[in-house]
Write a protein that binds this ligand. Structure first.
Ligand code: ATP
Length: 670
């Protein structure tokens, strides 16, 4: 893809016309600063001026040649030949000089152009055509160029082919504008002529000019009532690589905006004015939308609101190089119109196109078919020549015929059809000889049989030749049709490929997004897993500690039980032995966390108290043993109810941990 390129804008001020001078028009408000490329407008009833800067400004004295050179039109032609689309369009109010700038011809009373090809006043179109062919001729590369032309007018929102006379009959609905998937327009059934010289192109251009709709009104005696688009398609075949570049040059002469109050239009011309103004209004909206668009931003551009803007879609904000020629009539009377033209021309200056080379390597096949058609055309014209000669011979005497036939035999016909015709003739002859006895058909009127003896290769009847000719024409048509079909298929393929490319791009993006999401997800799982593992480790640790404690407590419990099953002490010894608070003792010596100790000491309290209330034994040995056993275990005692209580407590703690973990608030500080 190429870099952005803003639309080029050149402003041209025409001189005052003779009628305007005689009507007393003044030129005091508009001036042209060619040094700084500025147009300066001094506003009425104030000292204020408005200044507009453009790529090129050209005053009343600018000749057609100067205009062509100043606008660097040859650079645009080079761009065209290197595969870029180019558009040159003239814009401005009615009578401001658009048609003069583009065509440069005078018109007669019937509003038909007076063609003077070598006149110095010829405009942009004839000059561009001439320069284009000069460039093609001077091209030293291995590129072969073919130029095609089409010419349409958009009249009251209908498209007419100016090169197809059938299109110009009254009531014709015009041609259909179609869109392909890439939103590129194409016009159905448009006549396209291959041209091999500037004269051929000019011939088509002039014949189309004669067909465009013109009218007279107060502001212009030769006013265009339609927008005309003369399009040259250039196919450049690189004979080495077989690649084809196909670029388009659109030369557009827009109809001018019209204020009915000053044009004095009525009836049909007024209706035309309304339609012209409508389509120009859409064009202005397109220009405004595109000029307000910031880089990277997408705005709605109402291309589809008119045929004109649809057709110009690729030229304004599209993929080619574009030059806008803003035309101004200098009279003070047209100040408002000029301000409007200058304002839209300024906006157009900020519109950027992204020029793209139109490479089409698949069109190699088209070139091959085109060559074949060229050869067939050649053959066909030779066949015609021979038919003419043979019909001349048929009326000669036998001797003269033989002489003439030898002459024909020596003529330098290039095509291979002579051999083919010979083979065909042999087949026909053998078929005829087989058929002859039963045939009821009259003998051929042509003198074919007479030539058999001299073996010249032309001994066939005019009937056979006519058949052959018919065959050739059919074959020719067939090839033409298949060529057209192939071209259409290629265009469709190209479009499909483009659509697929953008789809693939989208899929790539989506794939990338999904990958990123998957990676994030994986990371999140990993983090979760690590925190889970930490938590399990902590739980295990706590569990181990608890198990250890339980074991210690069970050991103590057993010892206490062993003591408890011994005979009770006597009542009177009770007071010498009792502990004030077993709880205090247990709490002081236990390494178990205080809440657990509190819990089981509460449960154990009753049992311990029972144990305290037993009288000490009278036997000193037993008494000592009892005392020792009690001292050893007094911090770790428990009974069976204490056992199950601790277990329940432990389960509660574990379930709390589990619950917290599940709810994502794992707490290992129990
Ligand atoms: N640069 C010029 N030098 C001399 N005459 C000019 C120039 N420009 C325009 N004219 C003359 O001005 C008149 C109006 O010009 P033209 O027909 O080109 O206007 P237009 O903008 O095409 O009008 P419309 O929109 O009505 O078709 C014509 O008679 C034309 O010859």
């Amino acid at each position: 893809m190429e870099s952005r390129n803003n639309i080029g804008v050149a402003v041209r001020i025409r001189p005052l016309l003779q009628e305007e001078v005689s009507q007393g028009h003044q030129v005091s408000r508009i001036s042209c600063d060619q040094l700084q490329q500025r147009i300066i407008i001094s506003m009425p009833e104030s000292t204020q001026t408005k200044i507009f800067k453009f790529d090129q400004v050209l005053d009343q004295t600018t000749s057609q040649q100067d205009f062509f050179e100043s606008c660097n039109l040859s650079i645009l032609i080079s761009k065209l030949l290197s595969g870029f689309n180019v558009t040159i369009f003239a814009y401005g109010q009615t009578g401001s000089g658009k048609t003069y700038t583009m065509e440069g011809y005078e018109y007669d009373k019937n509003l038909k152009p007076i063609i003077k090809v070598n006149n110095e006043n010829v405009g942009v179109v004839p000059r561009v055509i001439k320069r284009l062919f000069e460039e093609i001729k001077n091209n030293s590369s291995n590129t072969e160029y073919t130029v095609y032309c089409t010419y349409i007018q958009v009249y009251k929102e209908r498209i007419y082919d100016l090169l197809n006379p059938a299109q110009l009959k009254p009531g014709n609905p015009g041609l259909k504008l179609r869109w392909n998937k890439l939103e590129e327009f194409y016009i159905d059934n448009l006549f396209m002529h291959a041209c091999y010289s500037p004269e051929e192109v000019m011939m088509h251009y002039h014949s189309g000019l004669k067909n465009k709709i013109m009218a007279s009104h107060n502001l212009n005696s030769i006013s265009s009532r339609s927008h005309t688009l003369f399009t040259l398609t250039i196919e450049a075949l690189d004979s080495e690589s077989g690649g084809i570049l196909s670029s388009k040059l659109q030369l557009v002469d827009l109809a001018g905006s019209e204020r009915p109050s000053i044009t004095g239009n009525e009836g049909i011309i007024l209706k035309e004015s309304i339609e012209i103004n409508k389509s120009l209004f859409t064009l202005r909206q397109v220009i405004t939308a595109l000029s307000s668009q910031r880089e990277g931003e997408t705005v709605h551009v109402p291309y589809r609101d008119s045929k004109l803007t649809s057709i110009l879609k690729q030229s304004i904000g599209g993929n080619g190089f574009t030059l806008m020629i803003a035309c101004l009539a200098p009279s003070d009377a047209y100040l408002d119109e000029n301000l409007s033209t200058l304002s839209y021309a300024s906006k157009a200056l900020s519109i950027s196109n992204i020029p793209v080379k139109n490479i089409d390597p698949k069109s190699k096949m088209t070139k091959k078919l085109r060559d074949e058609i060229k050869n067939l055309k050649q053959e066909l014209s030779e066949v015609y020549q021979q038919i003419d000669l043979l019909s001349e011979i048929s009326i000669l005497e036998k001797k003269e015929q033989a002489v003439k036939l030898r002459e024909i035999e020596n003529m330098p016909f290039k095509s291979s059809h002579i051999q083919r015709i010979q083979a065909l003739r042999n087949n026909i002859e053998s078929a005829q000889s087989r058929r002859e006895p039963t045939s009821s058909r009259p003998p051929p009127t042509a003198p074919a049989k007479n030539y058999e003896s001299d073996n010249s290769g032309f001994g066939y009847s005019t009937e056979v030749l006519a058949e052959k000719l018919d065959d050739s024409v059919k074959l020719f048509k067939l090839i033409m049709n298949s060529n057209r079909k192939l071209k259409e298929d290629l265009i469709e393929l190209k479009n499909k490929r483009k659509a697929q490319e953008s789809e693939i791009l989208q899929l790539h993006e989506r794939n990338q997004n999904l990958r990123e999401k998957a990676e994030n997800f994986e990371n999140a799982i990993k983090e979760e897993k690590t925190s889970d593992e930490d938590e399990i480790m902590n739980l295990r640790k706590i569990n181990d500690e608890l198990a250890k404690k339980i074991m210690q407590l069970e050991k103590g419990h057993k010892q206490i039980q062993a003591v408890v099953v011994a005979p009770p002490p006597k009542e009177k010894e009770k007071h010498e032995w009792g502990f004030k608070s077993t709880r205090t003792v247990v709490r002081a010596q236990s390494s178990t966390p205080s809440q657990v100790v509190n819990y089981y000491t509460d449960k154990a309290y009753e049992t311990v108290m029972n144990f305290q209330s037993r009288p000490p034994t009278k036997n000193p040995n037993r008494r000592n043993r009892f005392e020792k056993s009690f001292e050893d275990t007094k911090g770790e005692m428990r009974d069976s109810s204490l056992d199950s209580a601790i277990k329940a407590d432990e389960n509660l703690a574990l379930s709390q941990m589990f619950f917290r973990k599940k709810s994502g608030r794992a707490n290992t500080n129990l």
